[in-house]
Design a binder for this molecule. Structure first.
Ligand SMILES: [Zn+2]
Length: 259
């Protein structure tokens, strides 16, 4: 091939090169700090870790993180929240961040007022204490104390950030039904396998049997998806032995949790 004259800039790159924006990145030292304090990041193979770094940088660009009620969050803490929220997107990709823009963080579990009218027309009003909440097309809300409690016991089956992100993924196709957007054939198989496991789990909970997975999963199909997602990251072996079909779908959807 003929050598190009010195200083020659190929036309394409010369005219359009500026259009290619560099991928967002995060500070290396900050990333190492977050990696060291976030047990679920340590087993990631290099390619997945690089992907998580890029997703986390995109998260920090796209989302406003607002600490509330006197909480202060430094750069490492913000990056840790971004990384936890992006962990379920390693296979799905950055489109999993669509549809919302605010992450609100309370120092501790927060109280919300609820009301519902029952079949007899009676209005019930009560307060709930929450570790996290995901509004449909609205903010994602987390309790910082609960996020840290999850990290202190990384194999206990709990991860509120993953739970709320599973709700965000579930909502992407416009229906909160325990099924995220998937190719058609996979969607059909997922819906059938999850329904069967959910029904069997509800029967055991309703009969008062001991269950190895948090009974909150019996609340609804969307909570079943969110709770089993937590187990996929924090107690994958337990999920595999209790619900092999659900575990296999989550392996494919989220990727392997260990190298
Ligand atoms: Zn939930």
């Amino acid at each position: 091939m003929a050598e190009l004259p010195a200083g020659h800039v190929p036309l394409k790159a010369g005219l359009f090169g500026w259009l290619k924006r560099p991928s967002p990145s995060v500070d290396h030292a900050l990333w190492l700090e977050v990696r060291a304090s976030t047990p679920w990041l340590r087993p990631l193979e290099p390619a997945r870790e690089a992907r998580l770094r890029e997703l986390s940088a995109t998260f920090l660009l796209q989302k406003t993180i607002t600490p509330l009620a006197g909480l202060a969050l430094g750069p490492a803490q913000r990056l840790q929240l971004a990384a936890l929220c992006c962990l379920p997107l390693l296979e799905f990709g950055r489109t999993g961040l669509q549809g919302w823009s605010q992450l609100l963080v309370y120092p501790d579990a927060f109280r919300v007022s609820r009301s519902h009218t029952d079949a007899a027309g009676v209005l019930h009003e009560y307060e709930d204490e929450l570790a996290g909440e995901s509004w449909e097309a609205g903010p994602l809300v987390l309790s910082w104390a609960d996020v840290q409690a999850d990290l202190a016991e990384p194999d206990a089956g709990y991860c509120v950030a993953i739970h709320e992100m599973a709700h965000k993924l579930d909502a992407l196709d416009g229906a909160m039904d325990g099924t995220p957007p998937l190719p058609r054939a996979w969607h059909r198989q997922w819906a059938a396998d999850f329904q069967r496991s959910y029904d069997a789990f509800c029967l055991r909970v309703d009969a008062g049997h001991e269950v190895a997975i948090d009974a909150y999963a019996a609340e609804s199909p969307e909570e079943f998806f969110a709770v089993t997602s937590e187990y996929h990251f924090s107690a994958p072996g337990l999920l595999r032995s209790e619900m092999p079909e659900v575990s296999a779908h989550l392996q494919r959807f989220y990727g392997n949790t260990s190298p």
